[in-house]
Design a binder for this molecule. Structure first.
Ligand code: NAI
Ligand SMILES: C[C@H](O)[C@@H]1OC(=O)[C@H](O)[C@@H]1O
Length: 257
């Protein structure tokens, strides 16, 4: 009997994840390692990269690490190219992101630049680099970490929201341009998950009650549930999907009233 169960493994694939050593990026890195991928891990802190590399290599995963600020994406790309010059990269996850939560009228130009360069500019130029390599193999998966905040209005900062909305539109446009090369570009839009980015917010009981009131599933997400979506988008199971944003949000974005 023919099989209709797609393979969720990443054996023989090279996957790059930015913001790989904490929170969502770390969960995705571990899930991809469990699926058999060779990993390129990008994050700012050398010691964090070394300890995750050690843990993953102990389980048989091949790991290459690059410490750097994604705002200096050229330097990071240069270091990756030294190691992967004649090799392809099959999956690229633009996960690194940050937020400075403030009211619109208090946003400074420095804050604007930091949020925009980290969340949006780096994701575009990493995608450009990844696509150049994926064109040679005629296959690739680019996954952009957006947010429900790119789709509906949140009270957690307009600049962050703008960058996350931009990633959704970038996903669609790059999917259109690169589909003919077999490169699929999709995005994930998480609602709240427990990480360093949201730690302080999720310690505030009233804030959490507000979150749950807007969430049909009445709970905060678990990182495993988000990593699962990232595995789906990285594997053949999603090969006929491109330009899409999957909201992993407990139903929040469909909650009208
Ligand atoms: N945690 C959540 O509830 C949600 C998170 N997201 C998005 O998910 C992504 C990951 O977020 P979390 O894991 O929660 O955050 P986190 O702060 O726990 O981890 C982010 C990772 O990215 C790295 N990073 C941040 N700025 C960087 C830079 N300039 N250069 C290099 N690395 C940098 C950090 O070092 C860290 O390893 C972000 O893009 C965020 O906007 C979206 C919606 C909800
Ligand atoms: C769900 C949002 O993306 C959430 O809002 C914040 O302030 C954090 O930055 C999270 O990303």
């Amino acid at each position: 009997m023919e099989s209709y169960l797609p393979s969720f493994d990443l054996k023989g694939k090279v996957a790059a994840i930015t913001g790989a050593t904490k929170g969502i990026g770390r969960a995705i890195s571990i899930a991809y390692a469990e699926a058999g991928a060779e990993l390129i891990l990008v994050s700012r802190t050398e010691s964090d990269l070394e300890s995750l590399k050690e843990e993953l290599e102990a389980r048989g995963t091949k790991v290459f690490t690059v410490a750097g600020d994604v705002q200096k994406y050229e330097e990071i790309i240069g270091k990756i190219e030294e190691q992967y010059k004649d090799k392809t990269i099959d999956v690229w996850v633009n996960n690194a992101g940050m937020n400075i939560r403030s009211e619109a009228e208090k946003v400074t130009e420095e804050e604007w630049n930091q949020i925009v360069q980290t969340n949006m500019k780096s994701a575009f130029f990493f995608s450009q680099y990844a696509a150049k390599k994926m064109k040679s193999s005629g296959y690739g998966k680019i996954i952009n970490m957006s947010s429900v905040g790119g789709h509906v209005a949140l009270r957690t900062g307009v600049v962050y929201a703008m960058t996350k909305a931009a990633l959704i539109q970038m996903t669609k446009t790059l999917a259109l341009e690169w589909g003919k090369h077999g490169i699929r570009v999709n995005a994930i839009g998480p609602w709240y998950f427990p990480t360093a980015l949201t730690e302080k917010l999720l310690q505030d009981e009233d804030y959490v009650n507000d979150i749950l009131a807007q969430t049909p599933l009445k709970r905060i997400g678990e990182l495993k549930e988000l990593a699962g979506t990232a595995v789906f988008l990285a594997t053949e199971a999603s090969d006929y999907m491109t330009g899409q944003t999957l909201f992993v949000d407990g139903g929040m974005t469909i909650y009208g009233f």
